[in-house]
Design a protein around this ligand. Sequence first.
Ligand code: ZN
Length: 473
Amino acid sequence: MRIIGPEDFALHPRLAADTLPVGDLPLCRVLLMGDARFPWLILVPRRPGLREFGDLPAEERAALMEEICTASRALQDETGAEKMNVGALGNAVAQLHIHVVARSSGDAAWPGPVWGSGAAEPYRSGLDEALADRLAAAFGFRRGGPAGRTPETAAFARSLMTPSDFAKSAATLGFAHNALDRLANRRDDDAFQAETAASPAARTVAVIGDTVAVKRDAGGAMDLWFGFDAAAEIGPLGQRVFLGIDARGPAYAVQVEAEGEDPLAGRDGLAAFNLRQVAADGSVAATDLGALAEGKSMLSWHATHRFCGRCGSETASSPSGWKRLCPACGAHHFPRTDPVVIMLAVDGDRCLLGRQPRFPAGMYSCLAGFLEPGETIEDAVRREIGEEAGIACGAVSYLGCQPWPFPSSLMIGCVAEAASTEIAIDREELEDARWFSRDEVRAMLDGRHPDGLTCPMPMAIAHHIVLAWVGEG
Ligand SMILES: [Zn+2]
């Protein structure tokens, strides 16, 4: 039997124009016809120059019949159709292609054939993509590859920025750079932990509630690191977490109990800053921000996981601070990170930005939302854009990510290809959302937009997603 592999196959342009690709079975490309009146698949054997069934070698004729049956069953299961119509005509498009059409009494042509019956009606936005996704799942393949990507249109692929475009500017991304060796394999080594914590080189960030203690010198430079003794002078020390080690020695984060709205007021050279202020200030080393994010997220986890989720007893931290142990039922509890998708929907030379009521006046940003359990990144991106702005999306690409310690998220930056253009805003989430041209976004990034509109600052991932898109134009 001939090996079925890459070959010099090209889809007839008319078939490509009328359909949405679902995926490839071993022999055939499967297409969804763009006519919402009839759920309708087209199978095209991926063999160049093929016109008639008889042109196929005998074993491939059998494979084709199997694939027609597979497609027919999947479409019938998906639609609950009463009858499947299967046919090959090929008078207008000679390339061999087989129609598999789901029919039901009361459909637009019933009981006649679908051919020559009225004009095709396009699917409402995104519904064809959704049907194609479900059919692909029924065939046992993910559309366009293992990560749930739908095929990109050529125009989107051309306009797409890549992780390397994103990385060009991401040096200024806050909390994303961490130079510590976390020594995860030594976290359960209690003797190592005790010795390391007693090292004279040990240093710690001092976290006070939602703020962090900062030393400021006369020149305004910030320093986040304290010896344990110096941290204890601020207030009683609470939970401690081992962050890792570098050439300077072991690094920690420690919770410090201190009272009042501004607990370090009046302390010479000391201030309590929130993490956004520290990241935006720019005078702290980028790698210190990564360590700070690690420590702040870990301490937030300890603060909210004092009791066992299994039996309700009070739990205790391990010496390294990387797990909590339940003395009553023996459960081990580990820290969690919450994934958030943050994405730019792109329609040709326009992108979709929105604003939440809490944003600074005039600022527009990428849409974002939490990933849900059991959901791929790609599906979360499409769902969030659909929910917040009513825009259906097809292909989704990953750009880069950012730890976001408020309290413990990972922002996953993506770009998505818009499949519809009419915006319907969810007013619970957004105050406004609209399409922006590249020139307009460029002006927003440069601070010269005529209406004073702006984009998020360089410490935020949204800035770099938008910048990568603009830079590509
Ligand atoms: Zn327990």
